[in-house]
Design a binder for this molecule. Structure first.
Ligand SMILES: [Ca+2]
Ligand SMILES: [Ca+2]
Ligand SMILES: [Ca+2]
Length: 579
């Protein structure tokens, strides 16, 4: 058996002189390179279409029409390059000039042929499943078979009798005070609800509505609200906003950081988990996150006053109140109480939260003083994450026509500069995927999708094909053009995760996991201390190959609401005619 650490030596030229080792190398390379790596969902007719070909040489390839057998394209892959993130030599086969819809067989010299599809809407079903995943994670609601199919389940967590934890006690609401905070989505593989993470998630879905309203206006995915007169994307987001709204203490405007059990539950279905739940500590981060999301929600729902009378006004007032609380409590950093061990979502850097919330409150009120924190930001923006939200404020302002032209230009340039950096990573990468060493963190697949959102925001400012190509590359990465040849979304692609770290999927009687979930993905931290294994020689040894399809691996195989949201956004974006 090969040791786990010897794979990098396969590329040591001195060692190749030894005949036995040379034979082993050939064997290893053959095993590693059985198939080209490709987006397993296929491509839209005019998208860039790339395959990654494992191996050190450029090789000939051809594309045959699957039904007629006729060869429709022949070519040669690019010169091979080394991708340090996976420790592989690869070349690129480009068949973008093929634009006719259909199914094709791609043959690359020395490798197993693969099938690829070119279709008008290759990601439509995936999009609908990715957004329906939120329905499957709803708290306080039974999932009926007519909507949930085999994954129907009893309601869990009514959350109508929540206690105030000692860390959150105030005069009006002392420890043990009981309140109701129903609905919302379970955060991830666990059943708790966290303001900052559900905040960026809700915000991203509202941004998707804002940027792709035509796509969403008549689109539904069989949820209980599919027959009402509100777009389903807003119905789904409202399920969480209604909970979020209840996380604000109306007495002072402060926002509880999370609603949680004291400790993570066992691997049980939602209705089997009945431990007392608490709201924990009001924090500055939660208040600012809440202010940003509620401000955006308020603006969004002005259009739906008939369906949701008074809601826009209510969210406006809540946003303003949360901001005022944050101004009075700028240093309330989350500190996990000793008797609580669920997710912390702690963040000590709040300059970005101030900038984001301020940008949204400016758009809500037209009061320019709210822009001060954003104007004071000194660091260049980068793709958003739950703890780094500055970019979201820039996205909001880039299309704000009321902003003076010079400032708007500055905001746009900041987005374009960040996008240029991502495009450069794409170009330099052997995989033609803008994923670099620092991107292989917990939730790396969501890093890919949030980078793609940033590229789309730059495309909105000034369209250019390279932005779309880099976006496509990032989506290709999570859908199969990666070292493990895996589509990282449950239920989609030829090979996708089966044993996700998600309590309902693990505890129910259905073999297949709930579909449409993007798993966290490869990253080298191994915080879960699982034994990593796999078929690729380097599985578990390189940043882009350290992934384990096992319940054990919460560090690479958990799902989370904030990871699915950018997948929803990007698949909506790529369902548009971009160029
Ligand atoms: Ca609806
Ligand atoms: Ca932050
Ligand atoms: Ca299951």
């Amino acid at each position: 058996m090969r040791g786990r650490t010897d794979y990098p030596l396969l590329f040591d030229r001195k060692l190749q002189a030894k005949p036995l080792l040379s034979a082993l190398i050939k064997l290893a390379e053959t095993q590693a390179s059985a198939k080209p790596k490709v987006n397993q969902l296929g491509f839209a007719p005019h998208a860039q279409k790339l395959l990654v070909v494992p191996g050190r040489q450029a090789v000939p390839f051809q594309v045959n029409n699957q039904s007629s057998g006729k060869t429709v394209l022949q070519g040669q892959s690019s010169a091979a390059k080394f991708w340090p993130e996976s420790g592989e030599w690869v070349s690129i086969a480009d068949f973008s000039t093929l634009t006719t819809q259909g199914r094709y067989q791609v043959e690359v010299a020395g490798l197993t042929p693969i099938t690829v599809e070119i279709a008008a809407e290759p990601y439509a079903q995936l999009h609908d499943a990715a957004v329906k995943a939120y329905y499957f994670n709803r708290a306080s609601m039974a999932l009926e078979p007519r909507f949930a199919g085999p994954w129907a389940r009893a309601a869990g967590h009514p959350d109508t009798q929540i206690q105030v934890h000692a860390s959150a006690a105030s005069d009006h609401r002392p420890a043990g005070f009981e309140l109701s905070a129903a609905k919302g989505w379970y955060d991830a593989g666990d059943y708790n609800k966290y303001v900052v993470n559900s905040g960026i998630t809700s915000f991203t879905l509202l941004q998707a509505w804002q940027d792709f309203a035509d796509f969403y206006r008549d689109r539904s995915w069989n949820i209980p609200e599919s027959t009402n007169d509100l777009p389903d994307i807003l119905d789904e987001t409202l399920w969480n906003l209604q909970w979020l709204s209840a996380m604000q203490d109306p007495n002072d405007g402060g926002v509880y950081h999370k609603l949680t059990e004291l400790n993570f539950s066992g691997t049980l279905m939602p209705d089997q988990v009945t431990a007392q739940r608490y709201v924990v500590q009001k924090t500055t981060a939660a208040a600012l996150n809440f202010a940003a999301v509620m401000a955006k929600a308020s603006r969004t729902f002005t259009e739906f006053e008939t369906q949701l009378p008074g809601l826009s006004q209510q969210y406006r007032q809540q946003a303003l109140l949360a901001w005022q609380w944050a101004k009075q409590h700028p240093d309330s950093i989350y500190q996990q109480p000793k008797d609580v061990s669920t997710g912390a979502y702690g963040d000590k850097q709040l300059a970005d939260e101030w900038a984001w919330a301020g940008a949204e409150l400016y758009l809500l009120t037209n009061d320019r003083s709210y822009l001060q924190p954003l104007l004071a930001l000194e660091t260049p923006i980068k793709a958003a994450s739950w703890a780094n939200v500055g970019a979201l404020g820039y996205f909001a302002l880039a299309s704000a026509t009321q902003l003076e032209p010079a400032l708007r230009k500055k905001v746009q340039q900041a987005i374009q500069q960040a996008a240029t950096q991502i495009m450069a990573e794409h170009q330099a990468s052997a995989y033609q995927v803008a994923m670099s060493k620092n991107d292989f963190v917990w939730g790396s697949n969501a890093v890919a999708m949030n980078k793609a959102i940033l590229l789309y925001q730059a495309w909105k400012i000034a369209p250019q094909p390279e932005l779309q190509q880099a976006m496509q590359g990032l989506l290709d990465y999570v859908l199969g053009r990666n070292p493990l040849q895996l589509s990282y979304v449950t239920g989609f692609g030829q090979h996708s995760p089966l044993n996700i770290h998600h309590r309902p999927s693990a505890a129910d009687a259905v073999q297949a996991p709930i579909p449409g979930w993007l798993v966290g993905g490869a990253q080298p931290g191994k915080q879960d201390k699982c034994t990593y294994y796999g078929t690729l020689p380097a599985a578990g040894t390189q940043p882009a190959t350290t992934y384990l399809d096992d319940w054990c691996s919460y560090a690479t195989n958990e799902v989370a609401i904030n990871w699915n949201a950018p997948l929803v956004y990007v698949t909506a974006a790529l369902s548009q005619q971009m160029l």
